[in-house]
Design a protein around this ligand. Structure first.
Ligand code: APR
Length: 236
């Protein structure tokens, strides 16, 4: 029998309990920097060394962090459902928890790319990117991260998962950034939508949305059990 489809849209909140700070909880300042200084093409043009240093430090945090019970519960759903994880996070905690189908909308901190050609992507060697690290065509490498003002190449694939999903989980995202924030509008009318966030984003105060206002590492293992039970009762 065909498995039911789950689309998960995750944001910084799912990794908060793994020790990776969320964005907007710190008043738009990332490690003391204005967001546009470190996460925009203009910031990169102005001071690439600062941008590389910022992400080199964040990469260290990611590499020493571990997936939490929320990431693991999502991975375990694959035993019963066809699951697509669409994450805005640049960490790899979903993959390390065992999820096999993860789409990174905003790129990956573990990858570098040519600053001239977005299709030239490389693993980050020795944990750092430095000024003078070049792609084979001689262009400076930068983090393979989608910055403010840049296009989101994976958005069409993300939309296709939302169009087909029977169940949607929105976890730990303020839904402040488009196009990710608009994905929910592609949900089928009959899909079940759950929002797992201690502060439900205002755009999701809707009748057809089930709100779970709890930290995701606590809420997701319980929700996983519930979804599996619901599945058993509808198929028996
Ligand atoms: N469990 C679940 N949710 C949590 C937890 C937790 N333990 N702790 C915080 N949250 C929630 C907050 O309530 C908030 O709604 O996580 C959300 C984090 O929101 P943001 O910091 O805005 O992060 P996100 O939505 O992922 O940001 C989207 O914006 O800055 C850019 O590109 C960056 O991918 C990022 C995008």
């Amino acid at each position: 029998m065909l498995k039911k489809k789950i689309a998960v849209l995750s944001g910084a909140g799912i990794s908060a309990e793994s020790g990776i700070a969320t964005f907007r909880d710190a008043n738009g300042l990332w490690e003391g920097h204005d967001v546009m200084e470190v996460a925009s093409p203009e910031g990169w043009d102005k001071n690439p060394a600062l941008v590389l240093d910022f992400y080199n430090k964040r990469r260290e945090v990611v590499l020493s962090a571990q997936p939490n019970a929320g990431h693991k519960a999502i991975a375990e759903l694959e035993e019963h459902f066809e699951v697509a994880v669409i994450t805005q996070n640049i960490d790899d905690l979903h993959e390390r928890a065992g999820s096999t189908n993860v789409l990174h909308l905003h790129g990956s901190i573990l990858e570098a790319r040519s600053s001239e050609d977005e299709s030239k992507i490389y693993p980050v060697e020795n944990g750092k990117i430095a000024i003078g690290d070049l792609c084979e065509e001689g262009a400076q490498l930068r983090p393979n991260i989608v910055w403010f003002g840049e296009r989101v190449p994976a958005i069409d694939e993300a939309v296709s998962y939302f169009l087909e999903a029977d169940i949607i989980l929105v976890v730990g995202t303020s839904l402040a950034v488009y196009p990710a924030a608009g994905l929910i509008n592609y949900a089928k009318r009959e899909s079940a939508i759950y929002v797992i966030d201690p502060n439900t984003p205002p755009t999701l105060w809707k009748d057809n949305v089930k709100r779970i206002e709890e930290a995701s590492a606590k809420a997701l293992p319980k929700l996983k059990e519930q979804l599996i039970e619901d599945l058993a009762s509808t198929t028996s």
